[in-house]
Write a protein that binds this ligand. Structure first.
Ligand SMILES: Nc1nc2c(c(=O)[nH]1)N[C@H]1C(S)=C(S)[C@@H](COP(=O)(O)O)O[C@H]1N2
Ligand SMILES: [Mo]
Length: 533
């Protein structure tokens, strides 16, 4: 290195070739991204420059763009966004590299600007913490250092090529060999850092081990309240209804997380603050020291269309949220609880609903006999029976602020959805499936209905414009869960439209008025067209 420095002081510098200039810039950007990814994996996965910028893009995108991305790419929207950012980086690197041939400062500035962009992305992020700065700052420093180092080598080797007829000697070492060696070293370092970072993040920086450990602790804990076992009479699987308790792998999933926030149970804490007498900070250990309750709850997404499947049921284990709030001493004026997830998503829940006697809102740690799956909010999420998920069910919970609806808005409210959203009474026909061909005679119809938190008291079915036939209801597990139903209809050959409607314990008959999910949940009767032959 010393010999090279001397050569730099004495030797002439020359314009690097176009391809070398582009290579230098791309290597600098790649090294920055990879080193940032590695540091993030060790410190705070969401602070990886690549991911943080992607998250910021999602955060700042106008709603129509997000909706378009979802409809165009479906669940591939996230990989598509990350790939798009990758392509942009390559194009930007190429342009900056070319510009840097004559003005080396441009190349350095481009890398520094990208680094600063990553810094800004984490700073404007959801729950900014000092540790989040480590990854983008390391990326910035590594990127600038690599860019300047390789750029200088490239200019020297260019000069030596013209000066020494292509062999280029600096104290015995061909300068192009030095450049090639340095580039290869940077590329190798980049691959290793990126690879190790990716492995650590995908193995979840110990998330899998943390989940297993928490599952064990939950299994060993004494529950203050257990959920009664779900009786076989609560479902009609032989008729084609979904199972009463949804296996975790089949539980519907909805979130705007670009990458699943990776928080180990050991590192998790929750701050309860705002309009409270006394701020609380709770760890998982703190939660496990409180009475643990087990409850079977049906969750529903406001985006569920009539007949849709964004509704699932699980046995949750967690601690009651209401006593926690009372402990913190909630200001009676604080009518909204804003919950924030580790990835910055927010939900606003009416304080009165959570404090309602018997509502049973939970900070959940367990789901169907294990700790929460990462995609369902590990280590801790909120679950409030009777409210759609977007106003209550925050996953990867990080923060609870007692505030007012007037003071603070939240993620989906900012995007045109309702401020408050109790679940609407609904039902679904699971069998027969649409366009089924069935033999004439008695046709078995079965499905589910839900009206959390009051429960279902009746379901009726009819064929075409015929009379409503009262369905047989399966055993009610509790009013916060769905209820299965079945009925028999005598059908003549031909095509028939089967329609169902539910009645809840308030006596409310499900309305036939069809409205879209936005702003506060779809209504209308589900129907299925079948043919009897
Ligand atoms: N952090 C976070 N939590 C979230 C969301 C989200 O986008 N981010 N979506 C909510 C919505 S709209 C619903 S319906 C439920 C879905 O929970 P599930 O994916 O476990 O079924 O999570 C809620 N919690
Ligand atoms: Mo939702």
């Amino acid at each position: 290195m010393l010999t090279e420095n001397r050569a730099d002081e004495n030797g002439p510098l020359a314009l690097p070739s176009r391809s070398v200039a582009i290579l230098v810039e791309l290597l600098a950007i790649a090294a920055a991204v990879a080193s940032g990814h590695l540091v993030a994996a060790l410190v705070a996965p969401a602070s990886s420059p690549f991911v943080a910028v992607g998250d910021a893009v999602v955060r700042l995108s106008p709603q129509p763009v997000v909706e378009f991305a979802k409809s165009a790419f479906g669940t591939a929207d996230k990989p598509v966004l990350l790939a798009g950012i990758g392509v942009l980086l390559v194009l930007l690197g190429a342009v900056a590299g070319l510009a840097a041939r004559r003005r080396p400062a441009v190349g350095t500035a481009a890398v520094a600007a990208l680094g600063l962009l990553a810094v800004a992305a984490v700073l404007t992020g959801p729950v900014p913490a000092a540790a989040d700065l480590a990854a983008p700052v390391v990326a910035l420093v590594v990127g600038v250092a690599v860019q300047r180092g390789l750029d200088r080598l490239a200019r020297r080797s260019g000069a030596s090529r013209t000066g020494d007829g292509g062999t280029g000697v600096g104290d015995g070492v061909p300068r192009r060999t030095v450049l090639a060696g340095a580039s290869a070293a940077v590329a190798a370092g980049t691959l290793v850092a990126g690879g190790v970072g990716a492995t650590l993040t995908s193995s979840g920086s110990g998330i899998a081990a943390s989940r297993t450990a928490l599952t064990g602790r939950l299994a060993a804990a004494t529950l203050a309240e257990t959920a009664p076992p779900v009786p076989a009479s609560a479902a009609f699987p032989q008729l084609g209804t979904v199972p009463f308790v949804t296996p975790n792998a089949d539980f519907y999933r909805i979130d705007v997380a670009l990458t699943i926030p990776a928080v180990r149970a050991e590192d998790w804490s929750l701050r309860v603050h705002g309009r409270v007498r006394r701020e609380l900070v709770l760890t998982v250990d703190d939660l496990l020291r409180r009475p643990l309750v087990q409850r079977t709850i049906t969750m529903t997404c406001v985006s569920n269309t009539v007949g849709g499947n964004l509704v699932s049921t699980a046995d949750f284990v967690g601690v009651e949220l209401a006593p926690l709030l009372l402990e913190a001493g909630v200001d009676p004026a604080a009518d909204q609880i804003v919950s924030t997830s580790r990835d910055g998503w927010t939900a606003g829940t009416p304080t009165a609903t959570v404090l309602e006697p018997g509502r049973g809102a939970l900070l959940a740690l367990g789901m169907n006999g294990e700790s929460l799956p990462v995609e369902h909010g590990f280590p801790v999420r909120m679950v409030v029976p009777g409210l759609y998920g977007y106003v209550s069910a925050t996953k990867w919970l990080a923060d609870l602020e007692l505030t007012t609806f007037a003071e603070r808005s939240v993620y989906w409210r900012d995007r045109g959805w309702a401020e408050r959203a109790p679940i609407k009474t609904q039902c679904r026909i699971d069998a027969p499936v649409g366009f089924a061909q069935l033999p004439a005679g008695r046709v078995q119809v079965a499905g589910v209905a839900w009206a959390q938190p009051v429960g279902i008291t009746a379901v009726e079915v009819r064929a075409d414009d015929g009379p409503w036939v009262r369905a047989e209801l399966a055993t009610e597990v509790n009013p916060n869960t769905w209820r299965m139903w079945r009925a028999e209809l005598d059908l003549s050959p031909g095509s028939h439209t089967l329609t169902a409607r539910a009645t809840d314990r308030r006596g409310l008959v499900q309305t036939d008025v069809r409205v879209d999910p936005i702003p506060d949940g779809a209504t209308g009767w589900p129907s299925t067209i079948i043919t009897v032959v």
